[in-house]
Design a protein around this ligand. Sequence first.
Ligand SMILES: [Zn+2]
Length: 424
Amino acid sequence: MKQFSIASVALFVTVTAIAQETDTDREIKDIASRPEIQRAFEIIVELEPETERNLIELTEIPAPPFKEEVRAARYLELMRDAGIEDASIDEVGNVLGEWPGTEGHETVALVAHLDTVFPEGTDVTVKRKGDQLHAPGIGDDTRGLALMIAVIQAMKRAEVKTKDNVLFVASVGEEGLGDLRGVKHLFREGGPRIDQFIAVDGGSTERVLNHATGSHRYRLTFKGPGGHSFGAFGLGNPAHALSRAIYYFDQAAGEYVISGTKTTYNIGRIGGGTSINSIPFENWAEVDMRSNDPKRLEEIDAIFQKAVKRALDEQNELRRDGEPLTVDVDLIGDRPSGLVDPSTLLIQRALAATRYFGVEPSLTTGSTDANVPIARGIPATTIGRGGDGGGGHSLHEWWANKDGHLGIQKALLILVASAGLAVK
Ligand SMILES: [Zn+2]
């Protein structure tokens, strides 16, 4: 029974610790009580109709992967109108707005992404159904973009001053095969200095992301001479090689992922071939692997590479005629993974600001623009966009302004706390 009582004491201590106010909670309350922050909070509420207009207008400008320019151009105007006159667009299409700090030693980035998952031609007209706004991309992440404009407007009009610089970023290429190219460019050699990074993306208000799920994506293509199924029988068959590779990969990977940090794999699409009575000259598959642990991502990748090589060798061994089969293994997506220690000030501030608005926060995992800084050891997080919503990445996506202003106020509070409020 001794063990039991120790466990009870430990549990009691943990619960008490959660209930107690931390230093960061006090810091956040203190900042939130400052007159210019209270004024900024009011302005955010006053701006609600305008923020909704911005959301609808931006949603109705299509921004398919790799085609964000039109939306970016409009966003640049909105950023300038909000008060950052010298906002600009960089080489890859990110919209950047610099907010100079009074001291300016460090820089905090606030980021929302411009792109959606929807291809060209998708109907992005916003339709109102009761208090819900329906349109593909309205939540993910057009709401993040509208939120950021409201943050800039409120900081400007309430004359909020920060010690460190803030860099407002509307990024390109967050989704899918965009492969985080906007943020990867931001963190290039010689890119702008960024010491802390806050992405606004994701539905739930309690979300404070501190764990980045990494992924490797490949397009795997087996190639051979191809020919008649009867007349040229005996040539190496790329479809057979591909099937064999998938079989070996699934067999070994399936076993590997049973234990340890969550690691997944998926063959999302396969294709190729000419007709039922032709030996194909090409067959391909798209492969996605993910893990929260960079080491395990490398390990499952190695399992994949080994399966491909084994399949190629065996299939060439079986071939009776013709040139050997070849294989291309093209990396088409590489999202780095990593973990931000929950005791990091940025994470503590994000948690405390969430509690300040009466929501019990939870630490989460995901794949967002924050993956890039997290993998480099730069404090980074992703927070929710406020309001209510659903149907992300589907044509039925919707967003509703259920206390949406709280999400904007929270983003402003975390940003100002991280950049340091300059007391006038
Ligand atoms: Zn998103």
